[in-house]
Ligand binder design. Structure first.
Ligand code: SAM
Length: 468
């Protein structure tokens, strides 16, 4: 069978989708190529959140197509995912050497379409249709290409789509409407992963805190779920969201050590979720709250549904519930009409909250989104300048706070080799901070106490602790 190489752009959802596609292909007999240079099938799993990500994937495919045309005419080229969804056939019109364009609800058809193309039954395939139940079709895991018993952390998709319609965001158009998988189905997948050695599971979705508001039309795989009506009845427990009920169910899994989730919406941090942090021992003390802006005026224009005051209130509650909880965020700089005063409010909120980590994005005009046509689009230079100022502030705060952790003792889950220095190992604290230490592969998958000896930018260095 041919060898396949998948290059992924964008978020963890995309990483997870690629992993599931790769696992499906491996199950069909395909092998995974180490690089695009030796692969017989090259797939780019794309991201549309910002124009830069789209341009990178287009540029990459242009180069691949030129190389394939000249040197390897039998190589199959394909686009998967968000940009494939939003641009569809346009991609083949622009790059006629591309054989395959598969949208976000059709990942599970990749192997069939490749078989057709390789066997010469079809020339080119474009499939960006909606498909009922597609959210329950990506269950396979590759364990990162490592032997199945070696993977420590795993991602599980709990839902697809988004109904928030933030004015800057393309996701509702590329991922479709919200559809949640059932708790039974998700827990079964998590149990299987734990059985294969996973110690930490991250629950994934575009807005995980909206989990269970809109159910999967197919109610997932036959035989693994209760009926829709029974399930809805089960979830009608007053005062407890479906998401918290899912966390409770996953928390029960024997052998699982840690639970994380991403990406939530600040509005979704109700009292039940805040309280779950204090109550569920496996739920890690780490919360991602995408802020986007510190200005109420912009939050309204962005259609975010909360104010600065409410955002601060949620973080205060989380910190009261779990002192020391790691707080990360996403912030957009240069949203249309952002004044210096609006931006100062973002800076002041960053100073007040002291995020442990912040992902800063320069606003990017996205097709079909309301913000793309708003007046007051900012220049690239202005976005760049604000990006740098905010980055400097976030880094200064993180640097100061990471240094305060030197001398402390903390528990990490050892994930594997350090990415920057393969002579060392790395793990994460429950608050989601990376710790690098001198160790060996036998430590992989261990929960280990380390003493923090040094702090770099967003990285801690530790020694396996001699308990004091
Ligand atoms: N759950 C998240 C939320 O509450 O908004 C959504 C995740 S989104 C796919 C990841 C991040 O990309 C967003 O939080 C936002 O900061 C950024 N983003 C989305 N659209 C953008 C755009 N048009 N320009 C720049 N950044 C954008």
């Amino acid at each position: 069978m041919p060898s396949v190489y998948i290059k992924t752009y964008g978020c963890q959802m995309n990483e997870r989708d690629s992993e599931a596609v790769a696992a499906q292909l491996v199950a069909k007999g395909y092998t995974l190529a180490q690089s695009e240079h030796v692969a017989e099938v090259i797939l780019l799993n794309t991201c549309s959140v910002r124009d830069l990500a789209e341009q990178k994937a287009l540029h990459k495919m242009e180069n691949l197509a030129a190389d394939v045309r000249r040197n390897r005419p039998n190589v199959v080229l394909g686009f998967l995912g968000c940009m494939a969804q939003s641009r569809g056939r346009e991609l083949i019109d622009r790059l006629p050497n591309v054989d395959l364009v598969i949208g976000t609800q059709k990942f599970h058809r990749t192997a069939d379409y490749l078989d057709d193309i390789i066997a010469g039954r079809r020339d080119q395939v474009v499939d960006v249709e909606e498909e009922k139940g597609s959210e329950a079709t990506l269950r396979e895991h590759l364990f990162n290409g490592k032997p199945a018993d070696r993977s420590v952390t795993a991602f599980v998709s709990i839902m697809q789509g988004c109904n928030q319609y933030c004015t800057f965001c393309i996701v509702p158009y590329t991922r479709g409407a919200e559809r949640s998988r059932t708790i039974t189905d998700i827990v079964a997948e998590c149990r299987e992963l734990v059985g294969r050695g996973a110690k930490e599971i991250t629950l994934l979705g575009q807005i995980v805190t909206s989990y269970g508001k809109r159910w999967s039309s197919s109610f997932s795989l036959p035989g693994t779920s209760p009926s829709p009506d029974k399930l809805k009845l089960e979830l009608q427990r007053p005062g407890k969201s479906a998401f918290v009920q899912l966390l409770e169910a996953v928390n029960e899994l024997e052998g699982l050590e840690r639970i994380r989730f991403t990406s939530p919406h600040p509005k979704g941090y109700g009292d039940d979720l805040v309280e779950a942090y204090a109550r569920l021992p496996k739920l890690c003390e780490s919360a991602h709250l995408p802020l986007q802006s510190g200005s109420d005026r912009l939050l309204k224009l962005m259609h975010r549904g909360y104010t600065r005051e409410r955002f601060v209130g949620i973080i205060e509650k989380l910190r009261r519930s779990k002192p020391g909880i790691g707080i990360s965020t996403d912030i957009i700089v240069g949203f249309p009409g952002e004044t210096e005063e609006d931006f100062e409010q973002t800076l002041s909120l960053a100073r007040e909250i002291e995020f442990d980590q912040a992902y800063i994005f320069k606003y990017s005009q996205r097709r079909d989104t309301p913000a793309a046509d708003m007046p007051g689009q900012l220049s690239t230079e202005m976005k760049e300048e604000r990006n740098e100022r905010l980055l400097r502030l976030v880094n200064e705060i993180a640097d100061r706070n990471y240094k305060k952790l030197v001398g402390s003792q903390t528990q990490i889950l050892v994930e594997g080799l350090s990415k920057k220095n393969s002579a060392r190992m790395m793990g994460r604290t429950r608050c989601n901070k990376i710790v690098v230490f001198d160790g060996s592969d036998r430590h992989r998958s261990e929960l280990m106490d380390v003493k923090i000896t040094r702090a770099g930018l967003f990285t801690l260095y530790g020694d396996p602790a001699i308990l004091e």
